[in-house]
Ligand binder design. Structure first.
Ligand SMILES: [Zn+2]
Length: 99
């Protein structure tokens, strides 16, 4: 078995900035790194193949209750599905309003 190395800090920084420092679905600032393409398939960590999900959305994605294509769509928008007025992360909300 190949041990999975940690995601490099530089890669994580790029992902955090792209995703607005929050879950790409709900904007929660408490997040985890999710591989859009499973590590078991790619065996690498690339910033454009990673996204941020909160533990709740990470869990439902892992259980396949949240389709991977919805996560990829949210990731590609660099923002969330929620209107800015309903966004729980004030930092991301400010970024949406000002963009
Ligand atoms: Zn979330």
């Amino acid at each position: 078995m190949n041990a999975r190395p940690p995601i490099p800090e530089e890669t994580k920084r790029v992902v955090r900035q792209r995703c607005g420092f929050g879950c790409v679905i709900c904007g929660s600032p408490i997040y985890e790194y999710d591989h859009l393409v499973d590590w078991s398939t790619t065996h690498h960590h690339k910033a454009d193949e990673l996204t941020l999900l909160c533990s709740q959305h990470h869990t439902v994605k892992t259980k396949k209750l949240l389709p991977a294509d919805k996560v990829e769509a949210a990731n590609s928008k660099h923002t969330t599905w929620l209107p800015a007025s309903q966004h729980p992360n004030p930092f991301t909300t400010a970024a949406i309003i000002s963009s």
